[in-house]
Design a binder for this molecule. Sequence first.
Ligand code: ATP
Ligand code: MG
Length: 566
Amino acid sequence: MRQSMTLIPTLREVPADAEIKSHQLLLRAGFIRQNSSGVYSFLPLGKKVLQKIEAIVREEMDEAGAVELLMPALQQAEFWQESGRWYTYGPELMRLRDRNEREFALGATHEEVITSLIRDEVKSYKRLPLTLYQIQTKFRDEKRPRFGLLRGREFIMKDAYSFHSNQESLDEVYQQLFTAYSNIFRRCGLDFRAVIADSGAMGGKDTHEFMVLSDVGEDTIAYSDTSDYAANIEMAPVNATYEKKQEAERELEKVQTAGQKTIDEVSSFLNVEAADCIKSLLFKVDEKYVLVLVRGDHEVNDIKLKNLYGAAVVELAEAAETKEVLQCSVGSLGPIGTPENVEIVADHAVKYIVNGIAGANEEDYHYVNVNPERDFQVSQFADLRFILEGDASPDGQGHIRFAKGIEVGHVFKLGTRYSEAMNAVYLDENGRTQPMIMGCYGIGVSRTLAAVAEQFNDEKGLVWPADLAPYQIHLIPVNVKDEEQSALAEKLYSGLRQQGYEVLLDDRQERPGVKFADSDLIGIPVRITVGKKAGEGIVELKLRTTGEVLEVKEDSLPEQLRSIFS
Ligand code: ATP
Ligand code: MG
């Protein structure tokens, strides 16, 4: 490709609203442009990298026995109503009406569409298992679109769905796709881990997330310092053992704590440890109010709460709502004297508090010498807190450490969540009707692109791994007006392309400094500079990764390049 003929609008300045390296560099190097919040154009270079990632994804998915198809992004509401997610997916689902006032969603994911397709087309166990995938634009009206392609409102996903007549077959395909995913992210050069995850809005049980280790990741991975245990922090169960303090239970007392609201404020005001406080938070679990208690130095894990109740939606009650239900503001909530209609659940650690502190459900008052089970009852004690660094690893081996991760892929065993809701059934060997067993498997293709950019860069710009680079060779005649240089560059341009290389020729009439800076910014693995020694057939070859420079005679170039790219 001739640079004069394509669109690579590089920027010298760091765009103000781009907080992280990958976002800054993809903008500066002219790979993407923002259209509206969380919505981007892939410019020619960005599109090329996307295609390379997609090619790897296709190869590995095909190898794993999956077959590509393409489903519509515009999805009728009826499918989502059948599955129930029309009511539970929330504002992330982009909804619209057609001219006849019929409701639609823009596909955030495709379980509904594919389940409706397969229930119509597959009737017998003989056609199962079947694994289908697509690479397609998805829409999610994210609350906080950010970090460029990492969290978009319109983004590219590879999504796959498998259908089975028995659990073993699902297990087998899940394993095959797990392997395919590992291959894909390895071939993208990414430093990643597969971690145990939560199935979220998707329903279902077994699930792993593929996380690229990165400080800009939004997810926290809890991993063992000794074994290969790794889980999304949301999912890591806490196996801690607690002990009660050896002191006699004292009499419950109400004290004034004017203006002291947070655990920190209350514990320093009363001169006790945060671990002696009971933190009380009002949650709305589906339609029900639940007061959740954890120790003052712990945090409520709302995923665990959600799983405890098998709820679709769990939200912290808003301040106004809390006031209405408990007649008291957030800083003074507590388990003593809560109304009947509010259920109380507590994390295991709370049970071991002796003479603790809790809000009095009365503005500016707390109770001291609170003893669980003596002073209040809970409907149950459960694991409701986030694991902490230093906690025992859930597999019993070693202790927990934290790392940040970017979720690039997710594999789920859905079971019959969708087939039952949407009546996707088949006839088994005995002619009996059975719901299909399903799995689903997603890769954020555009997010993967950003994750690669985040991992591969230096102070000068992007540094693409050879297999994902938009071009393999950046060919730069220093002065295009120089006839010798121009002639040699043209000769190499056609020769190298004939040898199968993808070449970007910088045929622009720009100062050498500008060309080199752009080249470093773009990050193509090999730069060939045609300069003063063009007349002798000598060019300069520079590797983007190491900065290593070689002078090479024109005729030994093919061999040099072969060894670089092998
Ligand atoms: P997240 O927790 O990051 O919102 P998710 O759990 O909602 O992700 P899935 O529904 O599992 O994501 O979607 C499959 C894949 O699509 C994810 O693993 C991720 O790589 C990608 N993805 C999800 N949301 C976005 C987004 N807003 N922008 C870009 N990629 C996304
Ligand atoms: Mg999400």
